[in-house]
Structure formats: C-alpha cells, structure tokens
Design a protein around this ligand. Structure first.
Ligand code: GMT
Length: 379
C-alpha cells in the first residue's frame, strides 16, 4: 500500500480527543505516512520531532466587524490551502464540532478532491448534539463525511439514536503505546511521593468538567479514607477545580488529597495508584481508565457510556451504578483489603490494555479505513 498524505485536525489542548489524534498522527508518521497537523496551536502531546510530521497553525485575524471571530471558516480555508499545496489524500478530523463542518467546506473548496474522515469522541454527540442550535449542523457534518468512526459501540448507537445519520459508523477504540510505559517504575515513584508501605493511593484523572463528577470521586474517597489509610491524587485541571478544592477543605481532607494539575508524565503518576476512580455521568470510552489499566491499576468505573467496553466487571475492575459513590467506596475498600483479587485485577488490566487496545491493534484499523475510503472513491 502506498504511504498516504493525511491532514489531522483536533483540539490541541489537554483532552482525550486531542491526545488520541496526536498519538495517532505520530504512529502513522512512524509507519511511513506524511502527517500534517492543522490546528489552532501545536498539539500538546506532540513532543517529538519526526521528518514526516508537519504543523500548520490556524491563525484567526481579529476585525472590528466580527463580534465572534470566524475560527471555523479560517480552519476550512487553511485545510483547503494545506490539502492543495501538499496534495493531501484525506483530512482526518477529531471531534465533530466544528471540525467535520470545516472539513466539508474545505472539500467543497477543492471540488471534492480530498476525502474526509470524522472521528466522534463523545461530548460532540452526547452533549452538543442535544443542543437544538447545533444538532442540525453536527448531523450535516457527519453525513457529509466519507467515513465516520466513533470511539465505542456505545457512541455509535448514541449517534444513530440522537441524529438522522445516513452513513455507516465504525467503532475504533482508543489505544495505548506500550513504549510509553518503559520508564514507569511504580515503586520508585511511590517512594518519591513518600507513600508509606501501609498506605493506599486512589487516583483520578480528568479535565474537571461537570460530567466527570469529581465531587463523587472526592466523596467516595472521604468514605474510603475513613476506613483505610489512604491518599487521593487528582491529575488534571478544568472549570470545576476550585469548587473541588473547596469541597476537599470542607470535608477536612486537605492533608490527604492532592491536586496535581495538568501533567505530561501521566503514566508515571497513574502508576502510583492502587485504584483509579472514574465516576463520570457521561464517558464515551474513558481513555484515562485505559491509561490506568495499562500500568496495572484496576479501575472502579460508572456503568455509563463505553466504560464497560474498557473495564471488565470483576476481571479488571468493578463497574458500579452511576452517582452511587457510596457503592464505589465500598467496592474500593473491599478490593484494597483483598490482595489476591487486587493482584489478579491488576495483571488482567495490564494485559487487556496492552492486548486489546495496543497501538499495534488499533492504528492499523484506522489505516485500513483510510484505504477503504480512498478505494471507494475510485469506484
Ligand atoms: O473527557 C473529556 O471530556 C475530553 C473528551 C475530548 O474530546 O477530549 O474526551 C472524549 O474523548 C476521549 C478520547 O476518545 C474519550 O476517551 C472520552 O471518554 C471522551 N469523553 C467523554 O465522552 C466525556
């Protein structure tokens, strides 16, 4: 198969869809494809240089006439410019809004001379498609795409349920790259963090938005901590952080809850955990759960969205009813006290993450869809 020239657009800042898009671009470049990131700033996970990776910044100029600067149009114009100049085969956009719509416009500008793949990540459907002012345009962007993927079977179904979709949607799960785990040394990092031998560590990682229910994580931890000597490490940042800091204070947990903020070495940090809590009320896949599993940390997750496609109940962790933080706490206490079960879940988690969700399994699935889309175009 000939190497492809691929434009990738995503949100470049911290967030699961940006992480997946960037990691995918890097792996595709390593497999010989030419990758052009077309984004508003350099994707934060793009930490390495590669001769096959190019970056094109989308710069929106400010004019007095604009109340709202037209990012979507500037992006479409940039996509068309890059696609024409570098003879791209396809644009792969991550997150429907506004990327699928901008890509569709770019394709029109090029007289149809580029293919568009849209990957749905979650809130672009589960939150934004609920908004009547956006639903029509999201539907249009998806229907105009040549190929559509979603990150879980749950999200495929949800998209069909919420919108009038004409084309087929393939599930392609999130992935991990085992090479990122080579430096992870759980014992060393626990030592650095001064974790005592008789202490347990609960971890949570998210963008601190309402759907993540970080308050439930903190309330569950309060119950765990009343029975087990433990600490809670919160990785990430976002709009709810200050409210959560206040909650921690009001519960008198200042000494054992640590807000680490946004971090680059997420695998190292997750590896200090004995249990990861993911109690979101919406979660199309749960990349953070997969990342924890890959370093052998069992996950206690809510029974919503695609979490149970990642976490296997009583095999790699525990699934609890959403909003039932007391039950999450009970399960955590039980698991932390049962060394044998914990070791089994830990080993199963790592194995499942590195077998079912390895880059070597998932990246070729995207590649195969690219070739299929381009081949369909020739017929
Ligand atoms: O979790 C977030 O709010 C960030 C969001 C994003 O688009 O950056 O994550 C979504 O995409 C991730 C990568 O595909 C998924 O693993 C997350 O489950 C999904 N988040 C939600 O559905 C809330």
């Amino acid at each position: 198969m000939r190497p492809l020239k691929i434009g990738i657009t995503c949100y470049p800042t911290v967030g699961g869809s940006g992480v997946v898009a960037t990691e995918l671009g890097i792996r595709l470049a390593e497999r010989g494809h030419e990758i052009h990131f077309i984004t508003s700033s350099l994707p934060f996970r793009l930490q390495q240089v590669h001769p096959n990776i190019f970056f094109h910044e989308v710069v929106v100029n400010q004019y007095q006439v604009f109340r709202y600067p037209p990012y979507d149009l500037t992006l479409a114009s940039k996509m068309a410019e890059v696609a024409r100049k570098h003879e791209l085969d396809l644009l792969h956009v991550h997150y429907a809004v506004p990327h699928a719509i901008s890509a569709s416009l770019a394709k029109d500008m090029l007289g149809g001379d580029v293919k568009v793949m849209t990957t749905l990540h979650g809130t672009d459907i589960t939150v934004l498609a609920e908004d009547p002012s956006l639903a029509n345009i999201i539907e249009h962007g998806i229907n105009r795409s040549d190929q559509v993927t979603a990150v879980s079977d749950f999200l495929v179904k949800q998209t069909y349920d919420m919108l009038d979709i004409k084309n087929s949607i393939d599930t392609v799960y999130n992935f991990v790259d085992e090479r990122e785990l080579v430096d992870v040394n759980r014992h060393l990092i626990r030592e650095q963090f001064n974790i005592q031998d008789d202490e347990k560590v609960i971890v949570h990682m998210s963008n601190f938005r309402g759907v993540k229910r970080v308050d439930d994580v903190i309330r569950a931890f309060a119950l765990i901590q009343s029975q087990v000597k433990s600490k809670l490490y919160l990785i990430g940042d976002g709009p709810d952080r200050h409210v959560m800091e206040t909650l921690v204070k009001s519960l008198g947990l200042d000494d054992c809850v640590f807000f680490l903020g946004n971090q680059m070495q997420v695998f190292q940090l997750l590896a200090i955990g004995d249990v990861k809590l993911l109690l979101s009320e919406k979660e199309s896949f749960g990349l953070a759960a997969l990342e924890a599993m890959s370093v052998g940390v069992p996950v206690i997750g809510a029974n919503i969205g695609g979490i149970s496609e990642v976490v296997v109940h009583e095999e790699t962790g525990i699934i609890v009813p959403v909003y039932e933080y007391e039950q999450a706490a009970e399960e955590a206490v039980r698991l932390l006290a049962d060394k044998e079960t914990w070791q089994r879940y830990s080993a199963n988690s790592r194995k499942r993450a590195l077998t079912n969700f390895s880059k070597d399994v998932i990246v070729p699935q995207y590649e195969a869809l690219y070739y299929r889309m381009l081949q369909d175009a020739c017929h």
